[in-house]
Design a protein around this ligand. Structure first.
Ligand SMILES: *[C@@H]1O[C@H](CO)[C@@H](O)[C@H](O)[C@H]1NC(C)=O
Ligand SMILES: *[C@@H]1O[C@H](CO)[C@@H](O)[C@H](O)[C@H]1NC(C)=O
Ligand SMILES: *[C@@H]1O[C@H](CO)[C@@H](O)[C@H](O)[C@H]1NC(C)=O
Length: 405
């Protein structure tokens, strides 16, 4: 790691030699420089990295000594002397519009966004990436689902970065798959998809990706192709979407059921009395959280809504509509590329915790419901607080609750 980088040394030596030769040359010409002494030419070594030596050399080599020294003095005045001292407020950098905490940096050096592209340790950085995937797919996995995930990954082209969140700590057990070597593996035991997403998919980290697929491990993908899916999502302007679910795989909501007569649908009819407004969940503006696909902008919003402690994400599906406008047009289900929800309760049973004679999944399920109620309450409180702060009458603001706390 600690390889000393000495690439400036040659240039430094060349400058010193050029300068030195120039001074002697100047003396021989009879030009008088009473104030010049060699000690003056000794730069404090800490300044070397900030001096653009090649700039001086290229621009002034072949000029007279006087011109060289003039140039050097100008350079010192412009560059070296502008290194801020504590007495000198004028030259201190403070850019309030920089990212928080980075106000002291010159804006051009700031890289506020990153990516998940692996790089080489050698060669030109600009030549590291032969392909920059434009899409990201994440699966939250345990090794018992490896053949299912292998089948799923094969439906995603080389235009996808593949990221696995391992909830069973078995990240190296996937090496038998060739694609696993280029995947990003994150291994933290017994966590949920939304826990990983909040920690490892910050919007500034996943900024290069046009679309982000956040998928569970128990999805059947026989009738799914990711590139075709993205074409439809773009065509229909969907910011938040999911593939249609095969009708006989234990459905909860009418909205996510695959339809045979359309490419995409954005509204549905639910059971009588379930929808107070045809443009609101669960009749529209709604997808589930098992196979969600976000656009870059929608994810930037959704990430901020994910609560650090509410790890199951229940209730998030009802709130996603707050991230896009108008939600009943930007949220939808892609029918032409559909999946099967196999409903493997692996997370609940293997990663849960048996307590008081109950099966592990029971405790997990109970927490899911609790979290849903807590999320609804927090959202309602936050909204009320906002409208109150705006001086609005909140007494007729009725929270639309699906689950009672
Ligand atoms: C420099 O900054 C300090 C602290 O911010 C301030 O008290 C002082 O007045 C400033 N001096 C000038 C010359 O602006
Ligand atoms: C990957 O993306 C490029 C550029 O959008 C596209 O031309 C190519 O067909 C894509 N690859 C696959 C396998 O679809
Ligand atoms: C707020 O609205 C309710 C119902 O619309 C009304 O009864 C109440 O007087 C209003 N309160 C204020 C402070 O305006």
């Amino acid at each position: 790691m600690g390889i000393p980088l000495r690439r400036k040394t040659n240039e430094t030596m060349r400058l010193l030699i050029t300068t030195f030769a120039g001074i002697i040359f100047g003396f021989f010409l009879g030009v008088s420089f009473p104030t010049i002494s060699l000690t003056k030419m000794n730069f404090p070594s800490s300044l070397f990295p900030s001096i653009d030596i090649t700039y001086i050399e290229d621009k002034y080599s072949g000029l007279s000594t006087e011109a060289l020294l003039d140039a050097f003095n100008t350079f010192k005045a412009n560059k070296v002397m502008s290194v801020p001292s504590s007495k000198d407020n004028e030259t201190k950098i403070w850019i309030p519009t920089n990212p928080r905490g980075a106000e002291r940096l010159p804006p051009d050096i700031i890289e506020s966004e990153s990516d998940l592209y692996p790089r080489r340790l050698w060669g030109q950085p600009s030549e590291d990436l032969t392909i920059k995937p434009k899409y990201l797919v994440t699966f939250t996995v345990g090794i018992s689902q490896k053949y299912n995930i292998d089948a799923a990954v094969k439906k995603f082209s080389e235009n996808f970065t593949i990221m696995l969140f391992h909830y069973d700590g078995q990240a190296s057990a996937w090496d038998e798959f060739e694609w696993s070597k280029r995947a990003i593996h994150v291994s933290v035991r017994k966590q949920t998809k939304w826990w990983y997403a909040k920690r490892f998919l910050h919007p500034d980290i996943v900024a290069p990706y046009d679309y982000i697929f956040m998928w569970d491990e128990d999805l059947g993908v026989e009738h799914f192709d990711a590139e075709e899916y993205i074409k439809l999502v773009r065509k229909h302007g969907l910011e938040i979407s999911q593939p249609g679910l095969e009708p006989n795989s234990g459905l909860t909501w009418a909205m996510t059921r695959k339809r045979d007569d359309t490419e995409v649908h954005k509204v549905t009819e639910e059971r009588p009395g379930w929808c107070t407004d045809p443009h609101l969940p669960p009749c529209a503006a709604f997808v589930e959280i098992m196979a969600t696909v976000f656009s870059r902008n929608a994810w930037r919003c959704a990430w901020h809504m994910i609560q650090n402690d509410l790890v199951h994400g229940w209730g998030l599906d009802f709130a996603l509509r707050r991230c896009v406008e108008p939600p009943h047009e930007k949220i939808g289900v892609v029918d032409a590329q559909w999946i099967v929800h196999q409903g493997v309760p692996s997370l609940g049973n293997q990663q849960g915790h048996a307590e008081g004679g109950r099966a592990p999944w029971e405790g997990v399920r109970e927490r899911c419901r609790k979290e849903w109620a807590m999320f609804q309450d927090r959202m309602a409180d936050a909204e009320t607080a906002y409208f109150k702060a705006m001086g609005m009458n909140t007494s007729n603001l009725i929270a639309h609750k699906w689950i009672e706390s």
